[in-house]
Design a protein around this ligand. Sequence first.
Ligand SMILES: *[C@@H]1O[C@H](CO)[C@@H](O)[C@H](O)[C@H]1NC(C)=O
Ligand SMILES: *[C@@H]1O[C@H](CO)[C@@H](O)[C@H](O)[C@H]1NC(C)=O
Ligand SMILES: *[C@@H]1O[C@H](CO)[C@@H](O)[C@H](O)[C@H]1NC(C)=O
Ligand SMILES: *[C@@H]1O[C@H](CO)[C@@H](O)[C@H](O)[C@H]1NC(C)=O
Ligand SMILES: *[C@@H]1O[C@H](CO)[C@@H](O)[C@H](O)[C@H]1NC(C)=O
Ligand SMILES: *[C@@H]1O[C@H](CO)[C@@H](O)[C@H](O)[C@H]1NC(C)=O
Ligand SMILES: *[C@@H]1O[C@H](CO)[C@@H](O)[C@H](O)[C@H]1NC(C)=O
Ligand SMILES: *[C@@H]1O[C@H](CO)[C@@H](O)[C@H](O)[C@H]1NC(C)=O
Length: 643
Amino acid sequence: MHLLRSVALSLLAGTSLAHPGGDSARLSAKQPRAAGYSLKEPPLTTPWTDKVGTDPWPEYPRPQLQRSQWQNLNGIWQYQNASGLTAVQNPPFGQELAQEVLIPSCLESGLSGIMGEFTLYSWFSTKFKVPSDWNGQNILINFGAVDYEATVFVNGKKAGFHRGGYFRFSLDVTKLLKSGQDNELLVFVHDPTDDGDYVIPIGKQTLHPSHIFYTPCSGIWQSVWIEPVPSNHVSRLDIDGNMEGQVNMTVHTSSVNTTSSVRVAVHDGDKVIATHRGPTNQPFQFKVDSPKLWSPDSPNLYNITVELGKDQVQSYTGFRTIEKGEVDGVVRPLLNGEFIFMFGTLDQGFWPDGIYTPPTKEAMVYDLQVLKKLGFNMVRKHIKVENELFYRACDEMGLLVIQDMPALRPLQSKTLSNCTSQTYLPDATQQEEFTRQLEVLINQHKSFPSIATWVIYNEGWGQITSYYPEFALTDLVRQLDPTRLIDSTTGWYDHGAGDFSDNHHYSDPQCGTPFYSTASSPYDDTRIGFQGEFGGLGNNVSIEHLWNNQAAIDSINQTYELDLTLEAWNYRSHILLNELQNQVRLFACSGGVWTQTTDVEGEVNGLITYDRRLSRVDEDQWKSDIQGLYDAAKARSNSTMST
Ligand SMILES: *[C@@H]1O[C@H](CO)[C@@H](O)[C@H](O)[C@H]1NC(C)=O
Ligand SMILES: *[C@@H]1O[C@H](CO)[C@@H](O)[C@H](O)[C@H]1NC(C)=O
Ligand SMILES: *[C@@H]1O[C@H](CO)[C@@H](O)[C@H](O)[C@H]1NC(C)=O
Ligand SMILES: *[C@@H]1O[C@H](CO)[C@@H](O)[C@H](O)[C@H]1NC(C)=O
Ligand SMILES: *[C@@H]1O[C@H](CO)[C@@H](O)[C@H](O)[C@H]1NC(C)=O
Ligand SMILES: *[C@@H]1O[C@H](CO)[C@@H](O)[C@H](O)[C@H]1NC(C)=O
Ligand SMILES: *[C@@H]1O[C@H](CO)[C@@H](O)[C@H](O)[C@H]1NC(C)=O
Ligand SMILES: *[C@@H]1O[C@H](CO)[C@@H](O)[C@H](O)[C@H]1NC(C)=O
C-alpha cells in the first residue's frame, strides 16, 4: 500500500465497505423493506450502493423543461420475465407479477434486485393515483429511457410504443385514467442487445461481455414520472444562446400544427433581464444585453421561463459560441472566438452496482468532480447517453461535452451458410433507424450549453463502407444543429467528412502530427487535428477493487499496457501527456481524450477504479501536466480568424 501510494478518495472516507463475496443481508439491512425486493450483491459495489434505498433518483429528471407539479413513479415495481415477443399480445392485466424490482434500474444490475442475464423480454408493473388537485388537466407519463423497446399499457389499454434505448418519451394518458383510484401501469420491454441478427444502437453493451465490451442494460433504466399539463402544452424547447447575447429559440407544443404566442423571460438571479413574445413551433430570436458568457472557467447560466397559456415551464441557457476557425494558420476549435484546447477523458458511464444507471446523482457527479479537480475541461461521453441531470451538471460545473452517438453492434461477425464470415453491419432498414435515433439524440440534447461536439461513428463500428453514409449524416446533424462541431468519424474510417481529423492511437498520441500508424489516416490540415483516444495505461488492483468475474479478470492482460506500480503508471502518464504537449507546440494538435475516467469490468485503465474507491493519479503531477497542455495551446493563440 505504501509502495502503491493508493489514496482512499477523501469523499469516501468513513463509509463502510461491503466487499464482493460478503454478506448481502448486511448490505440491505438498512433498506426500508418492501416485501420481495432486496439488493442483490453485485460482483463489486461502490460507496453509494447501500445509499440507494427504495426511493431512487428523487430529483426532477428534465432540467430544461421543468414544471412545478409532478409525481415521481420511481421505486419498487413488479417484474416478470416474458416468454418472447408474442407475449405482448397477452398482457398480464390485473395480475401480480413474480418478483419485485427497483425502478429505475438495469435488470442485469445488483441494484435492480434481479441481476438477470438474457433478460430479453420483460413485464413491469406499478400502480399510481393521480393527485386530486390535478383534476381537469391532461396527464403525461414520462419515461427518461427504456432499453430498448417499450409497449406501455394503462388500465388495460395500450397507451403507446417507443423504440430506442437512450431517449425520453412522454405519453398523454388522460383518457385512460380513473380519477381517485389506483391506475395500473404495465410495460412490456424487449431488449435484444446483440442477440440474433439485431443491429441496433447499443454502445458497449453485449450479451457476451469480454474485455472492452461490458454487461448490458435492459429495462426501465431512467426515471418515470407523471405531471399535469393543459391540453396544449410545451413539448420541447430548443434554446441556443450565443456570445453576442442572441437567443434562438423554438417552443414546440403538443398542438404541432397550430401557432400560438408564448412569453419568454430571461432571469439573472431574481432580476428579469429580457422578455420576449414569440410564436410556437417556429424559431424566433431576441437579444440579451452583454450577458456573462459561459465557458469551462466561468460556467454562467441564466434561468428562462416560458409561458404558453396556463402552461409555465422553467429552463435555462448559457451564452457561448462554438465554431472552428484559423489561428496562426492552423484550423482550431474556438469557444467565444478563442482557440480552446479541449482536454478530457473517455467516459463510459458504467457502474458495478447499477451498470447504466448511476446509483445516485451524487455518485454520477462525483466522477465529473474528479475530472474537474484535475483540470480537465471536457468529457467525452462515449457511445452512451446519460440522464439529463448529467448534462445539467456539466453545464453547472463547466465541462465541455463531446457526445457520441451510441454505436451499432460493434466488431462482431457471423458465419454465413457458405462458411464465410461477415461483419455485422446495418441493412437499409437498420441504417434508417440508426439515422432516426441520431436525429432524436441531437434534438433532445442540443439545448445543453456544455455540449460542444457531436460524434457520429466511433472506430468504424457499424459504419457501412460500401458507400460513405457519414457525409449525409454529417449534413443531417449540421442542419439539426448548426451551432456545434461535428466529429463524423472518431478513429477510423475517415473519408474527409466533418470538422475533425481525429486519430486514435494507444498508448502514445499522434495528434495533428506528420506521422501516423495503420488504421488511422494522416492529419488533414483542412480540419481540426484531434486525438480522439490515447493513453489506456493499465494497472492491476487487488481483488476487492476488481469486478469479480473470472472472464473479466482473465481479460486484464489484453490491456494495451500494464504498469506494475502506481509510480510506473504515473511515470508513463507523465511521458504521454508531455508527448501530447510537444504535439501542441510543434504540430497541429487541438485537443485530446485520455482513456479513461474509471476502470470498467476487465479494463483496469481508469484514473480511478471501477468501485470509485481508489485513485491512481498523482494529483500534483497530473494537474501540472494538464495545465502544460493549455499553456502550450495558449502560446499559439494569436490572431484568430473564425471561418
Ligand atoms: C426468460 O424466459 C425465456 C423464455 O421462456 C428464457 O429463455 C430465459 O432464460 C428466461 N430468462 C430469465 C432471466 O429467466
Ligand atoms: C435558429 O435555430 C434553428 C434550429 O433550431 C436554425 O435552423 C436557425 O437557422 C437558427 N436561426 C438563427 C438566426 O440562428
Ligand atoms: C400536422 O400537419 C401535417 C402536415 O400538414 C399532417 O401530416 C399532420 O397529421 C398534422 N398533425 C396533426 C396533429 O394535426
Ligand atoms: C435558477 O433558478 C433556481 C431555482 O429555480 C435557482 O436555484 C438558481 O439559483 C437560478 N439560477 C440563476 C442563474 O439565476
Ligand atoms: C458467401 O455468401 C455471401 C452472401 O450471400 C456472399 O456475399 C459471398 O460472396 C459468398 N462468399 C463466397 C466465398 O462464396
Ligand atoms: C490481476 O489481479 C487479479 C487479482 O487481484 C489476479 O487474479 C489477476 O491474475 C491479475 N491479472 C494480471 C494480468 O495481472
Ligand atoms: C492472459 O491471462 C490468461 C489467464 O489469466 C491466460 O490464460 C492467458 O494465456 C494470458 N494471455 C496472455 C497473452 O498472456
Ligand atoms: C504569436 O505568434 C508568434 C508567431 O506565430 C509567436 O512568435 C509569438 O510568441 C506569439 N505570441 C504569443 C503571445 O504567444
